[in-house]
Design a protein around this ligand. Structure first.
Ligand code: AMP
Length: 385
């Protein structure tokens, strides 16, 4: 990484107080904007032309003649032909000159090349820049490596298609929509070969992606995505918070499970294979006796991330789990930044976040509170990289 932490922290130390809260317009941007204005900060959305109406029109701040907010939470929108332009020197300069700190989300790390974020983007990021790359399953060192170092339960890896001896999930990108999943499940080596043929013919998977695909045990159990927050501004034993839990709705996978078995069997061949396209989220709470394990898991992750990628987690992160038949959460994915499902508690807060803060506390609001607190204490440099 040719960008040094010291350089970014020096920039942040010179920022006006409070800074402007910027994020990329997709994913969890409304939550971040809502949180910012709830904490009295200004929000900025970096949008892409053609997919900006949510921000430029529908959630745009409208003020009365005296300047007070009438509706909306998006104070400013900058629209670009392509998201990747966010890293051009002119845009970086504009962001810095307006005192913008950027809250990274998956749209940022998917649409802006990671090399550019790591090496060229001289704007303070609220969170850990170095951890964005661990989400890439194709990287040699990724979130599985870190979870292993942390001693957190993950689905058992299956080394090759020939070794498939139970229900397994094969993880690779979608053949055409490269940022989406081309995942499929199989229970034997023979089924793997047959299904691959069908999925290649259908245009869901590319044969070249199969070589690097991760194959792992399919954990039979409900999905619980734990949205945590870690603050470096307080003593370590108070740093970890659980704000909320979400689950996903996945296009035709959810359509399939809503059909009775007899109707499922009537479907034609291609409709029977689910695709894992996330289209929305629901909110959950977890059985209370499982919470202890959830917190243990969160603590281990924070410690491992700090040891391997200092300064480690700063702010929100999400551990995505399936809870197995023994009640144990098994982590199959990690977001070392705000998770994709936090809009479930946007503006309202979540039972866990609210119980902790004695009032509405969403992920977006918690991030803004951290930024405001750090800024007021002259410690903004400690929460950015
Ligand atoms: P991901 O892209 O890792 O977030 O996974 C997308 C979806 O695939 C999840 O929401 C789960 O429904 C499913 N999934 C991923 N890994 C596993 C696993 N090991 N066992 C069961 N379901 C999984």
């Amino acid at each position: 990484m040719s960008l040094s932490l010291a350089e970014i922290r020096e920039l942040a130390a010179k920022y006006p107080s409070p800074p402007v809260v910027g994020t990329v317009g997709s994913h969890s941007a409304i939550d971040v904007a809502d949180g910012a204005v709830s904490e009295g900060l200004r929000s900025l959305i970096l949008a892409e032309a053609g997919r900006d109406a949510t921000y430029t029109r529908y959630f745009r701040t409208v003020r009365s003649a005296d300047g007070s907010r009438v509706r909306g939470c998006v104070d400013d929108v900058w629209t670009f032909p392509k998201f990747a332009e966010i890293v051009t020197p002119a845009v970086q300069e504009r962001l810095r000159s307006q005192g913008v700190v950027l809250v990274p989300n998956r749209a940022f790390s998917s649409y802006v090349p990671l090399d550019a974020i790591e090496d060229e983007f001289r704007v303070p990021i609220v969170g850990s820049r170095a951890l964005l790359r661990i989400e890439e399953r194709s990287e040699r060192e990724n979130y599985y490596t870190l979870l292993e170092q942390a001693g957190i339960a993950t689905p058992r890896p299956i080394p090759s298609p020939e070794a498939i001896d139970r229900l397994a999930i094969v993880k690779l990108p979608h053949a055409k929509r490269r940022l989406e999943r081309g995942f499929f499940t199989v229970a034997s080596a023979a089924e793997y070969r047959a299904k691959v043929d069908r999925l290649v013919a259908r245009g869901t998977v590319l044969p070249s992606d199969l070589e690097t695909a991760r194959i792992e045990e399919y954990v039979l159990g409900p999905v619980f995505n734990f949205n945590f927050f870690f603050s470096p501004l307080v003593p370590r034993d108070q740093g970890l918070e659980l704000l909320g839990v979400d689950e996903r709705r996945e296009s035709n996978l959810d359509g399939l499970v809503r059909l009775p078995a007899a109707q499922q069997l009537e479907l034609n061949d291609s409709d029977r294979i689910p695709e894992y396209l996330v289209v929305g989220h629901g909110t959950l709470t977890v059985r209370e006796s499982i919470l202890e394990e959830v917190f243990r898991m969160g603590e281990k992750f924070v410690d491992a991330a700090r040891a391997r990628y200092p300064p480690g987690i700063l702010g929100p992160f999400c551990l995505q789990t399936c809870i197995d038949r023994t009640g144990r959460p098994v982590v199959f994915d990690v977001a070392a930044r705000i998770g994709g499902g936090t809009n479930v508690h946007l503006a309202l807060g979540h039972p866990y976040g609210n119980a902790l803060y004695r009032g509405p506390m969403s992920s977006g609001r918690r991030i803004a509170l951290e930024i405001r607190t750090a800024s007021e204490q002259g410690r903004l440099a400690e929460i950015v990289t």
